[in-house]
Design a protein around this ligand. Structure first.
Ligand SMILES: [Ca+2]
Length: 236
């Protein structure tokens, strides 16, 4: 009996050792596979350049009804296959509610949105430039987006467009998309910007596909955003 017991205990020990070695071998193979796939995966830098993954951020956002916490990457389709037209592209615009060119661009943005809204998600980031008569607030952002009364039509610093206009008179229609507040200009810095307005187009997976400064800056090919949308997204 003692012998048998010893034998059976040896057998158990042997099979435990076999299992241990099998386990180590498997984890070794798994590690190699993991290392190989990490080595093969393209390294995507984070930044504002075309081909980079756009900087992610979490910030207060206004959707026309309420302010809420918005995370940029929540609207990215990480598994985008490069073709599917079900995933939406992203247009990110940077403005300051007091910047005159942003005021004028309000109309273009309304037109782009009405043409592309089914294929492109619009996000406007409001920065706070340190310029005289640029005094913005969440209430002013709401009024700029919604085209509602805020400020006066006198050039007295009260309202949008360097305080020259009541936000109610912004060119264009109410903007039916998410407005993000960037009170510390941190998103603006991540995009390495120095002025507004600025726009970029992102693929559905968050990769920068078109950066305005690259095309419309010095040495650029002059491509307009509307042409870029047509080229990248296709027929709206
Ligand atoms: Ca203002």
């Amino acid at each position: 009996m003692a012998r048998r017991r010893a034998k059976s205990s040896d057998l158990t020990k042997n099979s435990e050792e076999t299992l241990l070695w099998a386990g180590l071998a498997t984890s070794g193979v798994v590690s190699l596979v993991v290392i190989a796939s990490l080595a093969l995966a393209p390294i995507v830098s984070i930044g504002p350049d075309e081909g980079n993954r756009a900087p992610d951020f979490v910030a207060d956002a206004y959707n026309g009804g309420a302010w809420y916490e918005f995370r940029m990457s929540d609207i990215w389709d990480w598994d985008w296959d490069g073709n599917s037209s079900e995933s939406k592209w992203i247009l990110i615009q940077f403005i300051d509610t007091d910047c005159p060119y942003c005021w004028e661009e309000g109309d273009e943005m309304s037109q782009y949105h009405s043409q592309w809204k089914d294929r492109v998600t619009f996000v406007t980031v409001n920065v706070h430039l340190n310029i005289p008569n640029h005094d913005s607030s969440k209430s002013e952002i709401e009024a700029f987006r919604d085209r509602t009364s805020f400020g006066t039509d006198d050039n007295d610093g009260d309202g949008c467009n360097s305080g020259r206009d009541n936000c109610l008179n912004r060119p264009g229609t109410p903007h039916q998309w998410t407005y993000v507040d960037d009170p510390s200009n941190s998103i603006f810095s991540q995009w390495e910007l120095s002025g507004t307005p600025f726009t970029a187009i992102l693929q559905p997976d968050g990769i920068v596909a078109w950066n305005k400064l690259k095309h419309q800056g010095q040495g650029g090919d002059g491509e307009e955003m509307s042409s870029a949308l047509q080229r990248l997204v296709g027929d709206s």
